[in-house]
Design a binder for this molecule. Structure first.
Ligand SMILES: Nc1ncnc2c1ncn2[C@@H]1O[C@H](COP(=O)(O)OP(=O)(O)O)[C@@H](O)[C@H]1O
Ligand SMILES: [Mg+2]
Length: 352
């Protein structure tokens, strides 16, 4: 999938923006606070209806304005125009001038992988967010998974409410067990696949296998065992057994990455995981995802920057932001590329 061009109105500090993008690599440069991350955020919002920033909601709309509009021209098999309008009240999404009824209609265009220092830090975040992170990738590759997660969450809410009010959950237990088993089934297949792909990608980038991803789950053998565990007495008045209690652990040479990894090692881990996601989306969805790399050069050494860049360039359409490329190893490398494969957009007060 290729994003041919992007234009928008009123995204954060940028009142308007319109650029054509390279089908290989586009590098957006500019000083801090010029709006580079906001351009990637607009692209991400267009294709996923969400932001990758930790805190967003309406703050994505430019202050003093009451709506934003983002338009992109995307080529998959055909060329399609996607347009989103978001006001304080609602989102309206049009695909080729037809308003879509459900946001899931946008899922075929959700072929995008982003890496930004502004997103929730996967290594530092809590258990529930880690699972959600992987679930979101699974939504893009596994049919029906998003609906199953939504159903499970609904049932969990009902059951927790009953527990809170000291009422019997018996009428709901069978349903939640069935929903939970379905999730465990799809999730374990998906995680096995992504963990295997991660090992391959790590080896390709670093020539080593130092990192490990472990999936921790109390998955039961059968329905009866699940029901038994579900109804074990606890004082918390909520459901403490099921797939919502799964966990993922990241390690480096046997030690917890969160406790012992340096900033660079953690960043490299996260990039390898993004590359893994890109590879997985490409094989599962049979189209190349678009890659957004925000502040790509920070905290990585030249060698790893070049390895990651070489991995993405030509294979995927990549949009990178950085404060500068002047006098970097990247600048020298770009000069060796064929013309047109890298386009550079400089954001300053004149360009916007
Ligand atoms: N809703 C908004 N309206 C206007 N300006 C905003 C809004 N949200 C953020 N900003 C401003 O946008 C700038 C941040 O833009 P950002 O895309 O993160 O820049 P960069 O990535 O180039 O450093 C900051 O100056 C911030 O104050
Ligand atoms: Mg930024």
């Amino acid at each position: 999938m290729i994003l041919e061009e992007i234009s928008f109105l009123n995204v954060r500090k940028l009142e308007h923006f319109h650029k054509k993008l390279s089908e290989n690599t586009t590098i957006i440069t500019g000083k801090n606070g010029k709006g580079k991350t906001s351009i990637l955020e607009a692209i991400f919002f267009l294709l996923t209806t969400k932001s990758f920033r930790k805190k967003y909601n309406q703050s994505i709309i430019k202050e003093t304005k009451d709506f934003l509009q983002i338009k992109g021209i995307v080529t998959k098999e055909k060329t399609t125009t996607i347009k989103t309008t978001y006001s304080r009240k609602q989102k309206k999404i049009k695909i080729n001038d037809t308003i879509i009824k459900k946001t899931s209609e946008l899922l075929p265009y959700c072929n995008i992988v982003s890496a930004s220092p502004e997103e929730v830090d996967l290594i530092e975040t809590h258990r529930g967010e880690k699972i959600k992170y992987f679930d979101r990738i699974c939504f893009k590759t596994t049919e029906g998974y998003v609906e199953e997660i939504n159903k499970y969450n609904k049932l969990l809410k009902i059951r927790n409410k009953l527990l809170e009010e000291n009422q019997s959950t018996a009428a709901w237990d069978n349903q939640i067990v069935e929903a939970g088993i379905k999730i465990w089934k799809k999730r374990s297949v998906f995680l096995k696949e992504i963990i295997e792909q991660f090992k391959k990608t790590e080896k390709e980038i670093t020539e080593k296998n130092n990192y490990e991803i472990e999936y921790k789950s109390k998955k039961t053998k059968d329905k009866n065992e699940y029901l038994k565990e579900l109804n074990k007495k606890n004082t918390l008045k909520k459901t403490i057994f099921g797939p919502h209690k799964d966990n993922l652990v990241f390690k480096q040479k046997g030690s917890h990455l969160q406790d012992t990894g340096s900033q660079g090692e953690k960043k490299l881990f996260k990039y390898i995981l993004k590359l893994t996601e890109a590879e997985l989306l490409r094989t599962e969805n049979k189209t190349n995802p678009i890659i957004l790399l925000d502040d790509f050069f920070a905290k990585l050494d030249d060698e790893n920057i070049m390895k990651i860049f070489t991995f993405f360039h030509r294979k995927f359409q990549t949009i990178i932001t950085t404060t500068t490329i002047k006098d970097t190893a990247m600048e020298k490398k770009i000069k060796t590329f064929q013309e047109n494969s890298v386009s550079i957009i400089e954001i300053n007060d004149q360009t916007i």
